[in-house]
Design a protein around this ligand. Structure first.
Ligand code: SAM
Length: 465
């Protein structure tokens, strides 16, 4: 019979963080043959430099995850997490860390990422943080448990839901509106969806709010249509929301019977209002549907747009391309400063929205192409010509070698790279080097306080004509 390995309690030093912001430590332990073996530990909610006590189950394995039972030596940057859900909730990972400590670490992360690819870390400025880093998110997605509780997932456990009581990063009115829906679910004894059995009614509640216009959207994802017995419940939701949350300008019931656990819709039912809300950023108006990508921290995103304008120096004689343009967050402010602008984006509804947003804002010097950037970039360069200025804001995975080399061959004078992942940014940057481009500066911006994410704006210029 195999020998059972007992859990072991040990004190370890947190050396650095993993990519998701958890502490990393190494312990050497003797195995049954008397040999020292390395055990790599991942310990959430710790800070480099701390000494912590953990109890590790199956310590004979090479890697284990463990919770800190006691902080034996605390970092001077440790602070009391203000949210009662913090220990368990997967929404924030760094509330135990002072905000200045988080910002310092984010700057270090960006420096290390570019240095790893051979670029000068001194080109990286200090991260631009928020004055008040709470209630900054304009979009949240809550999940229902099979019992009908609504909230965020427990950290590292996609099966467990922490019922929503408060959320310190979401907009306050969004939380109030979400709590109304949670109460309505309980009053009507509606079931939540069980992803293992693929049964139950309610899957997710997406709430989005414009901090500029005040408008709120509530989108309920359910496995059935709001008909038959559900019709009266849906009508009750409409009347409750209209009384308690007058800022809700869009109330949607979205059918999703798919096995995949994503907030997607097969059939949309508009319960009340419009199927979109209006938002504003940097003085421009945007229509947002439930599936439209829009920056989730509008205050900091506005700083990002201002930085991109300041660093990109658009001129009215110039042409410009906006790659990965979404609904036109950067396209619109740039379009009003250049002669012509072309945008590419893979999501068709975002491109439709970008076109309409340009029109709504009186901009008629734009064109938008709904295509994978890897395929669309050639077509765009052929039809539009070579721009003096190119801005790209790819997803976390980066733009990739093919797109970067195509940009390099096209030889735009200036490139503004907006990135939400310093590592893929650095890899992409490397691809431009053979084409004579030089990195001028990198400005990190904190769009996601209390999480490990960091955004940046970089300026890259062509040196040799
Ligand atoms: C970080 S977002 C930036 C969007 C926009 N610049 C903004 O600030 O709202 C990245 C965008 O790239 C789009 N995208 C992802 N993969 C793509 C691809 N292969 N080709 C073109 N667009 C893509 C996404 O749909 C998303 O809108």
């Amino acid at each position: 019979m195999k020998k059972e390995i007992a859990p072991e309690t040990m004190v370890v030093d947190i050396k650095h963080l993993d990519r998701k912001g958890s502490g990393r430590a190494v312990a050497w332990r003797e195995n049954e043959h008397g040999n020292e073996k390395k055990l790599r530990l991942t310990i959430p909610q710790t800070i480099p430099g701390e000494k912590v006590q953990v109890t590790v189950d199956r310590p004979d394995r090479k890697r284990r995850r463990a919770a800190a039972e006691e902080i034996m030596e605390a970092s001077p940057e440790r602070t009391e997490p203000p949210c009662p859900h913090f220990e368990k909730c997967g929404g924030c990972v760094w509330q135990h860390w002072t905000y200045s400590g988080q910002l310092r670490h984010k700057t270090e992360h960006v420096k290390k990422a570019i240095e790893w690819e051979g670029f000068n870390p001194e080109l990286v400025h200090e991260t631009v943080g928020m004055e008040e880093p709470w209630h900054y998110r304009n979009k949240m997605e809550f999940t229902f448990s099979p019992e009908g509780d609504m909230g965020l997932h427990e950290q590292g456990n996609f099966r467990k839901i922490i019922p929503l009581e408060t959320c310190l990063i979401a907009g306050k009115e969004m939380v109030e509106a979400a709590m109304e829906v949670a109460d309505w679910v309980k009053d009507h004894q509606l079931s939540g969806y069980d992803k293992d059995k693929h049964e139950g009614l309610l899957r997710h509640l997406m709430v989005r709010q414009s901090f500029a216009t005040g408008e709120i959207m509530l989108a309920l994802f359910a496995t059935e249509e709001p008909e038959g017995q559900l019709k009266a419940a849906a009508e009750d939701l409409v009347s409750r929301i209209s009384v308690k949350c007058p800022d809700v300008k869009s109330l949607l019931w979205l059918e999703n019977t798919d096995w995949a656990d994503r907030a997607q819709s097969e059939k949309d039912h508009l319960l009340a209002g419009r199927d979109f809300i209006y938002d504003e950023m940097a003085g421009y108006r945007f229509r947002l549907w439930f599936d439209t990508f829009f920056q989730t921290n509008p205050a900091q995103a506005e700083k990002l747009v201002e930085l991109a304008l300041e660093k990109g120096q658009p001129k009215e004689t110039e042409k410009m391309i906006d790659l990965f343009c979404g609904v036109g967050t950067f396209s619109l402010p740039f379009a009003s400063r250049v002669k012509e602008l072309a945008g590419i984006e893979i999501v068709e509804s975002s491109i439709e929205s970008a076109k309409r947003n340009a029109e709504d804002n009186g901009l008629f010097n734009t064109r938008f192409l709904a295509k994978d950037a890897r395929k669309g970039i050639d077509q765009m360069l052929e039809e539009f010509g070579i721009p003096e200025l190119l801005l790209l804001d790819p997803p976390r995975s980066g733009a990739g070698g093919k797109v970067m080399r195509r940009i390099g061959r096209a030889k735009p004078e200036r490139i503004v790279y907006v990135s939400c992942n310093p590592d893929s940014f650095a890899t992409d940057l490397k691809e431009l080097e053979p084409f004579g481009y030089t990195l001028k500066e990198v400005q990190p911006v904190d769009l996601f306080p209390h999480t490990y994410h960091v955004e940046l704006v970089a300026v890259i210029e062509r040196e040799n004509g």
